[in-house]
Design a protein around this ligand. Structure first.
Ligand SMILES: Nc1ncnc2c1ncn2[C@@H]1O[C@H](COP(=O)(O)OP(=O)(O)O)[C@@H](O)[C@H]1O
Ligand SMILES: CC(=O)N[C@@H](CCC(=O)OP(=O)(O)O)C(=O)O
Length: 294
C-alpha cells in the first residue's frame, strides 16, 4: 500500500473485519533491538501500539536490546560473544545486560507508547513473579568426532514458569505491559533470557491471539535470499538443519513453533523498520513477513 493509493474510507472499511476479530484479544509483540533503530522508529512503534490499545485490542510488548547491550559493552571495553544466537553471559556481563534491558531500553519503549496516548508500564520478568527461569542447557555436536558437547553459556536462562497475574492486572486496567527479558531462578539467581523466548512463553501463557516478532529483516529468507511468506514447522526444522536459518533467526523461529504448539493462533516474523508494520500485519489482507504454521 503506497501513500498515493491511500483512500481513508476504503482503509477503514477494510480494517473493520480485523477490528472485530481482534476486539479484546491479546496480541504479544516482540520488539527486537535491531528494529528499534532511530528514535523516530521507536516513536512510530509507540504510536502503533497506542492505537491498538485505543481500538480495543490488548497489546503486550516484550522488547529485546541486543545491539544496545553491545554498545554499552563497547563503552565499558568488554567484548560480547554469542553461541547459536545467544549471548554468553558471565556475572559481569549479566550486570550490564540487566542494567541496559530493564533500564533505559525498557523505559524508552514504555515512554514512546505513553507519549502516543496510551498508558504503558515497564517491568522486567523479575517483577511480580512474572518469569521464573532456569539455566539453559545447550549442546553442540562436534563435526570432527560426532560427539555431543555441553555448552556453558553462563547465566543464560529459559522460562520455566510464567505467572501472568501482573500482566492481567495491567491489561484489565487498560495499561500496556512492556516487559524486559530478564528472569529469576527459584534460588534468586538472575538470568539473561533471549527476548524471543520470553515473548513466546508469555504469548503461550496468556493464550494470545497473535505473536508478532519485529526484527530488521523482512522475515525468513530462503537460501536464495527470497522472502518465504509461509512456513510449516517441518520446513523450519529443515532450514535450521541445512544451515540457511542461522544465528538470531534460530530463537525466533523456535519461538514461533513453541507458541503455536501452545495454542497461539498465528506467529509472524516481520520487519519492524517498515512504517506501521504492526498495523499492516493485523488490519490488512496484505500481511507482511513470514507466517509460521503448524
Ligand atoms: N534465513 C534467514 N532469514 C532471515 N534472517 C536470517 C536468516 N538466517 C539468519 N538470519 C539473521 O537473523 C537476524 C535476525 O535476528 P536478530 O539479529 O537476533 O534480530 P533481533 O535483534 O530483532 O532479535 C537477521 O538480521 C539475519 O542476519
Ligand atoms: C541470552 C541472550 O542472548 N539474551 C539477549 C537479550 C536481549 C535480546 O534478546 O535482544 P534482541 O531481541 O534485540 O536480540 C542478549 O543478551 O542480547
Amino acid at each position: 500500500m503506497t501513500d498515493d493509493a491511500f483512500d481513508p474510507m476504503k482503509t477503514l472499511a477494510g480494517a473493520l473485519p480485523f477490528l472485530k476479530r481482534y476486539d479484546d484479544q491479546i496480541i504479544v509483540v516482540k520488539y527486537g533491538g535491531h528494529a528499534m533503530g532511530e528514535e523516530e522508529t521507536a516513536l512510530r512503534f509507540g504510536r502503533d501500539i497506542a492505537l491498538l490499545e485505543q481500538v480495543g485490542v490488548n497489546p503486550v510488548v516484550v522488547h529485546g536490546g541486543g545491539p544496545q547491550i553491545n554498545a554499552m559493552l563497547k563503552r565499558l571495553g568488554l567484548q560480547p560473544s554469542f553461541v547459536q544466537g545467544l549471548r554468553v553471559t558471565d556475572a559481569e556481563m549479566l550486570d550490564v545486560v540487566e542494567m541496559v534491558l530493564a533500564g533505559p531500553v525498557n523505559k524508552q519503549v514504555a515512554q514512546a507508547i505513553t507519549r502516543a496516548g496510551a498508558l504503558a508500564v515497564g517491568i522486567s520478568g523479575k517483577d511480580g513473579g512474572l518469569v521464573t527461569a532456569r539455566k539453559l542447557l545447550r549442546s553442540l555436536r562436534d563435526p570432527a568426532t560426532g560427539q555431543e558437547q555441553q555448552l556453558d553459556l553462563g547465566f543464560v536462562g529459559e522460562p520455566a514458569e510464567v505467572d501472568t497475574r501482573v500482566l492481567r492486572l495491567l491489561i484489565g486496567a487498560d495499561i500496556v505491559p512492556v516487559v524486559a527479558p530478564v528472569g529469576v531462578g527459584e534460588d534468586g539467581q538472575t538470568y539473561n533470557i533471549n527476548a524471543d523466548t520470553v515473548a513466546g512463553a508469555i504469548a503461550g501463557a496468556l493464550g494470545a491471539e497473535r505473536l508478532l516478532m519485529l526484527t530488521d529483516v523482512r522475515g525468513v529468507l530462503g537460501p536464495d535470499g527470497v522472502l518465504i511468506p509461509e512456513m510449516t514447522v517441518a520446513e523450519v526444522e529443515a532450514g535450521i538443519a541445512a544451515g540457511w536459518i542461522s544465528g538470531g533467526m534460530i530463537p525466533k523461529v523456535e519461538t514461533c513453533i513453541y507458541a503455536i504448539e501452545r495454542g497461539v493462533k498465528g506467529a509472524v516474523i516481520l520487519d519492524g523498520r517498515v512504517p506501521h508494520a504492526v498495523l499492516r500485519e493485523l488490519f490488512t489482507d496484505t500481511g507482511a513477513g513470514t507466517l509460521i504454521k503448524p
